[in-house]
Design a binder for this molecule. Structure first.
Ligand code: ES4
Ligand code: ZN
Length: 322
């Protein structure tokens, strides 16, 4: 076994956030867009803190202007995932970036994303499914068309609806319409919470939006009653340790609450969030958690079983994830 080839599942990956910097630079050059401000001298994405990260993310995403760009992006991202042993990937797709919430434009973007996904499955055996996401700091009025795009395209590929963005702005109750719309369309639900919003952010999200999964959720670690609630109700936490460390939430993998939460009976998985931004890969996440918590192949088999049980794909697809 090598850490690279060990099979892995990825449930929390922002498609644009996984863009190789070289692809973004190529697109910027092709379109004569000056993006020099968002890269370090060595060509990595440069940002100071989480709000600045979101700005740099949106600047990088501004060069992805056509459905074909998203086809190229999807192919590049899935190739990278497969290289790191990913056998199943769910990625966050945003109608705000893909057509500005217009349903017809969204369908065109989605067609290219799905084409590239089918091609990647043929070439690399990797299975990709989409979670439509609204962006919290864009506000509830933008979340509604995003949810409508999700509801209209729910099917074998689009499996879920969620929300990312700046958790310190707005309140989950403002997004009930969007989440109810997606739920009524049969979509599975997840929501970023408990990364920046504390334990109360998780409680409010569960109360108002009732998702089956929480993106991050690590703020629960200091709240025993909430940990017990997450364990009893089998809420799944999509943890992204390397992302949390890169953004300064925890000083190291050893200090990350993933092992403590798992020990307490909470359902958890390991993902990368925005890998090139956070200088990480799925291989590094598995390798560093193994080192920090003394986990072996059996621990990761257990992590992968929790991830598959929480995956939003249909049962026939889940049966093919091996
Ligand atoms: C995010 Cl909207 C968005 N995109 C990428 N990464 C994120 N983390 C939190 N929100
Ligand atoms: Zn995220």
């Amino acid at each position: 076994m090598t850490w690279t080839s060990l099979p892995k599942l990825e449930l929390h990956l922002h498609l644009e956030g996984a863009a190789p910097p070289a692809l973004i630079r190529d697109l910027a050059r092709e379109k004569h867009i000056d993006l020099s401000g968002i890269f370090t001298e060595t060509g990595a994405y440069a940002f100071r803190d989480f709000p600045h990260f979101l700005k740099v993310y949106e600047a990088a995403t501004s060069v992805l202007t056509t459905p074909r760009d998203y086809g190229r992006l999807t192919a590049a991202v899935l190739e990278n995932c497969a290289e790191h042993g990913a056998i199943y990937v769910e990625s966050f797709l945003s109608p705000d970036f893909c057509g500005g919430g217009d349903l017809h434009a969204w369908r065109d973007y989605l067609a290219e994303i799905e084409d590239a996904s089918r091609e990647a499955e043929k070439t690399h055996g990797i299975i990709h499914r989409g979670i439509v996401t609204c962006i919290r700091h864009f506000g509830p009025d933008a979340a509604k068309p995003a949810a409508l795009c999700a509801a209209e395209t729910a099917g074998p590929f689009i499996r879920g609806f969620g929300m990312g963005g700046n958790e310190t702005l707005g309140h989950p109750r403002d997004f009930t319409w969007a989440f109810d719309c997606a739920r009524e369309a049969g979509l599975h639900l997840t929501c970023h919470a408990g990364e920046w919003g504390g334990a109360q952010g998780i409680r409010d999200t569960l109360h108002h939006l009732a998702p089956a999964r929480i993106g991050h959720g690590v703020a629960a670690h200091a709240d025993p009653a909430l940990i017990a609630q997450l364990a009893e109700t089998a809420i799944h936490l999509e943890t992204c340790p390397g992302s949390n460390i890169a953004l300064g939430l925890f000083p190291s993998f050893a200090a990350h609450p993933l092992a403590k939460l798992r020990q307490a009976g909470v359902n958890v998985s390991i993902s990368t969030d925005d890998p090139p931004f956070f200088h990480t890969t799925l291989t590094r996440e598995y390798e560093e958690t193994a080192r920090a918590f003394d986990w072996d192949e059996e621990d990761f088999a257990a992590i992968n079983r929790m991830a598959l049980a929480a995956a939003f794909c249909d049962d026939d697809t889940a049966a093919r994830v091996k």
